[in-house]
Design a protein around this ligand. Sequence first.
Ligand code: PGA
Length: 262
Amino acid sequence: MADGNLRRPLISGNWKMNLNHFEAMRLVQELSYQVTRDDVDAVDVSVHPPFTDIRTVQTTLESDRIPFFLGAQHCHSDASGAFTGEVAPPMLAKLGVTYVIAGHSERREVFGESDELINAKVRAILANEMVPILCVGETLDEREAGEAQRKVEGQLAAGLAKVKPEQVASMVIAYEPIWAIGTGRTASADDAQAMCQAVREAVGASHGSDAADSVRIQYGGSVKPINAAELMNQPDIDGALVGGASLEAESFTRIIQYRLHD
Ligand code: PGA
């Protein structure tokens, strides 16, 4: 198992389709009053607003010198073209976006994104010098059938196909059991750790031990202030991808400050 100290924790707020650009600016400002210098020295923080908010959040972070990373929730795999409604990776890079989520279960399930498409997005995000957060996770039926690990390993193999080991080393993988997303049901810390360890071992087998030691693995699915510390204390969990609880400054701050609430 890798030395956890090598990997800086990353707490990411996925706002999904919530908050207009005024509300987004207000939330970022409220967070900046509550999150301390010590917090951002210890933990990386990224916020992932809807596309319409990204420019506003970028200028707010810059003008108020707020040390959060800017993120996006999604992108197309091509650099430009006739894809009505889509947003290209170079457009996000130009806005100072660092982290882009790829393969969120809502994109897979609601919008029918395939493993192949998600792999193309991962490679496009990397080609534009941003960091993919590749999401993987099983349904409740798959977990109950004892198929969880096989499902996750399959998504991982497909998502990381043709990605170089040094690129995988720089990436983030988010393990998000689908049955835990937005439901208030969290995987137990032991189950989350077991799957994150399996993810790291699978990365080691496919891309080598350096990639496995460096890749950051987040847990996501009903992360709240009350369970963040226990999850974050697991050796193979390096961060959290937070949906609902990232929409309010107080709860997101308490998650960012998980180490104070042990
Ligand atoms: P949740 O969402 O924290 O609201 O469960 C997590 C996610 O979908 O990334």
